[in-house]
Design a binder for this molecule. Structure first.
Ligand code: SAH
Length: 346
């Protein structure tokens, strides 16, 4: 039988677990503090527990930690791309970025992805497995340990579809934002989805203060279906109804991601369609010049084209920014670092 992972338990669950094995309840608080505040890499570090108990913990439970397999540092802005090894030998990517308003970490939510977006490298090998909450937390913890700096913002925009790993995602958010852990404000957590409409509604009902982001990339069903297979399951109409439900339930603003692909989704006519679609909604549009993926023929839109697309939306009164590119010298598109690593080691 798989051993239970200490780091994956909420404080309440850990308390119950300790009571069940005949330990004192208050030990849960001490252990939780070691794991989620002091970021201990082994139960052996928990020096206010007896050595015998620490050994017992090591023998009885698993304890998720990530091993740094590769790290690339940008010479331009200090952005770091990490490739971490998991206990089962799989590897995942995470990114650390420094901004004026604090450090951000971009984490993966799955090993691989099954959504099949045609411009994305993360999905090329399909889904391998979901990440546990502990494996998501540990990406943030490992980066805090490695950089020696606090993380202020967490964006769930690495490999994987977070709403396709729903239970673990929700557990992760609660633990990440807990006063007993890193205590990151929910407002500083962004969750991006390719648009699983029913799951977005479910997320609305959690009444979290997180920032939701929807990867739109096209203003009509025909084009969106060409770019994103998930659009065959949910129409833009259904999605927008889920978006309105989310905004109404939570009072939060929706971010729309729009990756600009030359000649595909960057024309003025499509900008016009996008304006009509978003008009009147409490939202923000993030324009991202697409990162070319070797296996695909897509090219990024010309800078002048990106600017005119932005201007067009601005004129219609829509909040819009162009995503500032971080670490462009190490900017293998999402999922490519992992792909290269696996090809080399096969
Ligand atoms: N599955 C989630 C989160 C991961 S992808 C989602 O789809 O939102 C994070 C963002 O990067 C998404 O908006 C995704 O569409 C976009 N993206 C993926 N590959 C890209 C590429 N090659 N260039 C630009 N954006 C890309």
């Amino acid at each position: 039988m798989d051993r239970k992972d200490l780091k994956n338990m909420t404080k309440e669950e850990l308390t119950e677990e300790l009571i069940a094995i005949g330990e004192k309840k208050f030990r849960a608080g001490q252990m939780y503090d070691w794991m989620h505040k002091k970021l201990a890499v082994s139960p052996m570090e928990m020096t206010n527990l007896s050595e015998a108990f620490r050994r017992k913990l090591c023998e009885t439970y698993s304890y998720t930690t990530l091993e740094k397999a590769v790290m690339l540092t940008s010479k331009l802005d200090g952005t770091r791309k990490y490739l971490f090894s998991l206990a089962d030998g799989n590897v995942i990517e995470s990114v650390w970025m420094q901004y004026h308003h604090g450090n951000s970490v971009c984490i993966s939510s799955q090993v691989g992805c099954r959504m099949g977006c045609t411009f994305c490298a993360s999905t090329l090998g399909g889904l391998v497995r979901n990440l546990t909450a502990a494996e998501m937390l540990e990406q943030v913890y490992a980066i805090e340990r490695d950089t020696g700096e606090r993380v202020a913002n967490v964006v769930v925009m690495g490999t994987g579809e977070p709403l396709d790993n729903y239970e673990n995602l929700i557990r992760f958010i609660h633990m990440l934002c807990s006063e007993d852990g890193l205590n990151i404000s929910q407002r500083n957590v962004t969750v991006s989805t390719c648009g699983l409409a029913p799951m977005l509604r479910r997320l609305a009902d959690e009444k979290l203060a997180i920032t939701p982001a929807l990867s739109l990339h096209a203003p009509n069903d025909e084009l969106r279906r060409k770019l994103m297979p998930v659009a065959k399951s949910y129409s833009i109409n259904e999605l927008m109804e889920a978006v309105d439900y989310y905004i109404e339930k939570t009072g939060r603003r929706m971010s729309f991601e729009y990756s600009l692909i030359q000649g595909e989704n960057d024309t003025e006519a499509l900008a016009g369609e996008l304006c009509r679609l978003l008009k009147g909604r409490n939202c923000h549009v993030n324009l991202i010049p697409v990162n070319p993926v070797e296996e695909r023929e897509y090219k990024r839109s010309q800078p002048a084209n990106v600017l005119s697309f932005q201007k067009f939306l601005e004129k219609a009164g829509i909040n819009v920014t162009i995503r500032r590119e971080m670490g462009s010298d190490i900017n293998a598109a999402c999922g490519q670092l992992r792909r290269h690593f696996e090809e080399e080691h096969r």
